[in-house]
Design a binder for this molecule. Structure first.
Ligand SMILES: [Ca+2]
Length: 390
């Protein structure tokens, strides 16, 4: 196992957020330093309860969950119950988190209540995580950017303190999934996304954004889900997967009603996995460089890279700097439309450099969705290695 990767996840479970959490539970070398859960798809209290429920069901009550902002920076919340169900977890029945209580009936034997959110609010938790791991922390946003924007007000050096930020969000020159040209996370809090993108242009590694025109390719089908579920029974992971399947059943139906077919676009696990595998590749490239006999030599080439560890997915290219599973990325000056009466919340990339601004984001333009889905299927089917050792 390589170096431990400290990671802070800011999410809004949300069905594909739950998949991102599940993928993270299966990574032995990731230290989840904190999880921010905030409103967006449903209320913050409900999202908090969902997050605690998914963690409790997986036996991960060792993790710290922080309540995020109640409302976007501009103050008006719009929920999306039609997308993720009334509770934000589709048909899944999660253990009732003690944070709010009464969300769902207790469903599992032997899982006790009392798992509550950490007292520290999400914005402060971002700052604490960055200070605890200066230059090392991977930040992942799979919900609105509100908490991170608030954290930047507390600690403007966050872009320098993080190793890299990965964002699921936006739609570039593409039909939206919320309003005609907007993606949900950005549409919910455009001011927050703008504040984050403006600030993180200063980062050593430009933030990476996975917009829906790229991530929609990650379409999980009932056949894929069956491959994940077709495994030896082992608690509590089997129980976790059973509820995930219930959540996805709702998501399949939603996508079918929306004209996409009986499947689910799962944006969040891709961006989360890309963040971790990128950090892993970076660490390996550095370790490799330190052991080269000629320190003046440039980056190691792929031929001399160490053999992949057993179980390590080889579909994500190992070359330094490449975004895993991405086929094409593009660095650009990106901004967010705040005023447009029809287009508020649209992400705008200056592909031709007409603004004369330096690029502030690396945009994923296309990805190898089948390779990633293979990886996701294998990972979730295998489950966590060291469950219960925390
Ligand atoms: Ca999400």
């Amino acid at each position: 196992m390589g170096r431990v990767i400290p990671l802070f996840l800011d999410c809004d479970p949300g069905i594909d957020d739950a998949l991102a959490l599940g993928w993270l539970f299966c990574q032995d070398d990731v230290e989840i330093t904190g999880i921010a859960a905030s409103g967006g798809n449903v209320s913050t209290a409900q999202v908090l309860a969902n997050t605690l429920g998914w963690l409790q069901l997986a036996g991960r009550t060792d993790l710290r969950v922080h309540a995020g902002a109640e409302h976007p920076l501009a103050g008006v919340s719009e929920y999306a119950e039609e997308t993720h169900g009334d509770t934000g977890a589709g048909y899944a029945r999660l253990p009732a988190g003690a944070a709010t209580g009464g969300v769902a009936d207790e469903i599992t034997d032997g899982v006790t209540g009392g798992f509550t959110a950490d007292e520290l609010p999400a914005a402060q938790a971002w700052v604490r995580a960055a200070h605890a791991h200066p230059g090392e922390l991977i930040g992942v946003l799979t919900g609105p950017a509100t908490n991170l924007a608030l954290a930047l007000q507390l600690e403007p050096r966050l872009p320098k303190l993080l190793k890299r930020l990965f964002i699921m969000g936006g739609a570039f020159n593409y039909r939206g999934n919320t309003r005609p040209t907007t993606e949900w996370n950005v549409s919910y809090d455009p001011e927050a996304t703008k504040a984050v993108l403006d600030a993180f242009g200063e980062a050593t590694h430009l933030p990476v954004i996975g917009p829906i025109e790229a991530t929609e390719a990650v379409a999980l089908t009932p056949q894929r889900l069956q491959q994940i579920l077709d495994r030896p029974d082992s608690e509590p992971w089997s129980a976790w997967l059973t509820q995930l399947a219930e959540a996805l059943r709702f998501y399949f139906e939603f996508h079918e009603a929306d004209g996409h077919g009986y499947l689910a676009h799962v944006h969040d696990p891709y961006v989360t996995a890309a963040a971790v595998v990128w950090a892993r590749n970076e660490n390996e490239a550095h370790a490799q460089a330190e052991h080269l006999p000629q320190p003046e030599s440039q980056q190691p080439d792929e031929d001399t890279a160490p053999a992949a560890e057993p179980g390590r997915d080889s579909s994500a290219r190992a070359a330094d700097g490449i975004i895993p599973w991405a086929l094409m990325t593009e660095k650009a000056a990106v901004d967010v439309e705040l005023i447009g009466t029809l287009t508020r919340g649209e992400t705008v990339a200056d592909w031709l450099g007409r603004w004369g601004r330096a690029p502030n984001v690396e945009v994923i333009r296309s990805l190898d969705a089948e390779a990633f889905l293979d990886h996701l299927t294998i990972t979730l089917r295998r489950g966590p290695h060291h469950h219960g050792s925390h």
